[in-house]
Ligand binder design. Structure first.
Ligand code: PRE
Length: 426
């Protein structure tokens, strides 16, 4: 049976809201028992997509909670890609091209769940969804990843995924890890729930500023608001600055700046970018307040279609896997890469969504409760390389579920720290 790319199903000319018949048809299309790479993945897009789809087959049955052939209606908790599409509303994205030199109007409202009407606006510019409002680091990452793109603000990570799935955006750029704050777990979970492909990565030096209304002094502050990642990246510096403030989480850094400006809060400062200060008319009270001057956030670029992996430049591949018998498989999986001299750049574990706990009864001593995980691994090789194909074929033997999230060029841009690589608190 010909494997079907999930993205070919979510197409503007076809109904976007999946009913359960559609879901069962997709499930049949995905039913493959094993993955083999006898002669490599192949060079055509069709070959590569087939391979991705085959590797995806097990997550599909896992998403559905069973491996049976019956079509089961989605449950309320089922976050299948397009089933959470909100009511049809008229959508006015009021989009302006991202131009770093030109201040964007602060009034640009991020997309919310209810804005996700399946009526994409089509233009020639690449539309790139990001989480946050103009001035957010994610917006800067979108423009670094896709210069001259039309950046589409979204109020949640999940909305950015859906914007791509519903053809409102062509790509999404989302943070997955920061050198100080660690992984952005929400996006790891969403990568598994949705069917987008990682087509690239971009590493953005993150240079934080403390922003307040003009005329406000540090001594007046009783509160600092920002994205939790930004708060954690500046934790020690905030303490060193001697501020007597509470710290409060906000959806995104630039949104925190906008909130202060629109509510004229004189007792509150935001941690955000210098661009956010410019956009929302705030002054910079302290500059370069991240705890480490080489603070970097890694973002992934997501698309409906995978890219064809190549070998003419450094590639990275991201996979996620699980095994029915818990962590015992981890060593075997990692050794499949080690034996082939493939370096791993990242390992992340997340709770297994369908089966977070495994009970093991021992009549003599009681019941052990083992936590179950999904493992995410990034490795430095392209899926066009035979050693990577062989490693995955071996991993497939040890795992009950394996999905390739993407094989994509590594961000090899020379280290170019943000303005204040040398810290410059005022
Ligand atoms: O709030 C923003 O400006 C974002 O783009 C989000 C985000 C994140 O999620 O980690 C991105 C980069 C920085 O690490 C801080 C926050």
């Amino acid at each position: 049976m010909q494997a079907v790319s999930p993205s070919s199903i979510i197409h503007p000319s076809k109904p976007r809201r999946l009913n359960h018949l559609t879901r069962s048809a997709i499930r049949c299309a995905y039913r493959h028992d094993s993955v083999q790479f006898p002669n490599g993945v192949g060079s055509s897009r069709a070959d590569w997509q087939s391979s991705c789809a085959i590797l995806s087959s097990k997550v599909f049955s896992q998403d559905q909670g069973s491996g049976d052939n019956n079509s089961t209606p989605p449950s309320n908790s089922d976050h299948f890609a397009v089933s959470v599409n909100g009511p049809k509303t008229s959508l006015d994205l009021n989009l302006a091209p991202l131009d770093k030199n030109k201040p964007q109007p602060p009034a640009q409202k991020p997309l919310s769940i209810t804005d996700l009407s399946p009526a994409p606006l089509h233009g020639s510019q690449l539309r790139v969804a990001y989480q946050g409002v103009p001035g957010a680091y994610s917006e800067a990452a979108a423009s670094k990843a896709f210069p001259n793109c039309e950046a589409i603000p979204c109020d949640q990570f999940e909305v950015a995924f859906q914007a791509v799935e519903l053809w409102i955006a062509d790509r999404a750029v989302l943070p997955v890890e920061n050198s100080l704050g660690g992984s952005i777990h929400r996006n790891y979970d969403l990568l598994l729930r949705h069917r987008l492909h990682i087509v690239g990565e971009v590493q953005l030096p993150v240079h934080h500023c403390l922003l307040a209304l003009p005329g406000v002094r540090k001594e007046y502050l009783s509160r600092v608001i920002s994205h939790p990642q930004a708060l954690s990246q500046c934790e020690h510096t905030l303490t060193k600055l001697g501020l007597n403030v509470t710290r409060e989480a906000f959806d995104d850094t630039a949104g925190a700046a906008e909130y202060i400006a629109s509510n004229k809060l004189r007792d509150t400062a935001a941690i955000a970018s210098a661009r956010a200060a410019e956009l929302y008319g705030l002054q910079i009270l302290a500059d370069g307040i991240q705890d480490d001057s080489s603070n970097v956030t890694r973002f992934v670029m997501l698309a409906r279609e995978p890219i064809i992996p190549r070998i003419d430049r450094p590639f990275k591949t991201s996979i996620v896997f699980a095994h029915d018998e818990g962590t015992s498989v981890l060593f075997k999986v990692l050794s499949a890469f080690a034996f082939r001299n493939i370096s791993l750049t990242k390992i992340e574990s997340r709770p297994h969504r369908n089966r977070p706990i495994r009970l093991v009864d021992d009549a003599n001593v009681g019941t052990a409760k083992h936590f179950e995980y999904m493992f995410y691994v990034d490795f430095e090789a392209s899926m066009a390389e035979v050693r990577a194909q062989n490693a995955l074929a071996e991993v497939q033997e040890f795992t009950s579920f394996l999905r390739v999230l993407g094989s994509y060029p590594m961000d090899m841009t020379p280290w170019c720290p943000s303005r204040g690589d040398e810290q410059s608190h005022m």
